[in-house]
Design a protein around this ligand. Sequence first.
Ligand code: ATP
Length: 212
Amino acid sequence: MSLRLGLFGGTFDPIHRAHLRMARAFCDELALDEVRLIPAGQPYHRAAGPVASPAQRLEMTRLAIAGEARLVADDREIRRGKPAYTVDTLREVRAEIGDAAELWFLIGGDSLAALPGWRDWQELFSLANLAVALRPGFDWHQLPAAARQEWQARQVADFSNRTASGTIRPLALPPLDLSATLLREQLRRGIAVDQELTPAVADYIRRHGLYR
Ligand code: ATP
């Protein structure tokens, strides 16, 4: 059987409970061999840049998934040192794993709506399959027309017939109303958010005085 690899890119500023349950559900529901979490280097699509440094976001990602054999932190976008486009990352990984391997890219429903603004976004589907974790309030009818078309056309009824790329699959995972923006805001106001983080990440944030 060929490799089934999942990629999960994010700012992870900080990585939180919703990210982790997404990564696990992604791995379980799609029976992936491995999920690589890829912290963004310098996200070009955010008005305000990340608060924690790339090295800190990578370290928090590592701490959050320590001991979970199928989850791996991948530092390629941080090493790139300039804004990394998802399509470049997918091209790179595809070249490494070959054409036959199944490649999956995980995004949240809000990112799906933003997809038509991403560089060479149509090419994403010739490189990978897309898994979508729905966020509260997600309604596919409200997607921009271009994303809505893909959403309708690329979902397949029978997922036992698996392909290396080209399909879209929503995760069955129930939506969770949590964002890093909310957590940063609460941390700034001195509110404890430990229950939304792993103990090691909560400890790291305290020791480095992040988000104060
Ligand atoms: P921020 O609030 O700083 O934008 P975030 O919590 O949305 O951060 P990101 O690191 O930007 O986290 O997210 C990485 C990916 O995870 C994105 O595709 C985003 O849509 C998705 N994601 C984050 N939180 C959730 C959630 N609660 N449910 C579904 N998807 C989510």
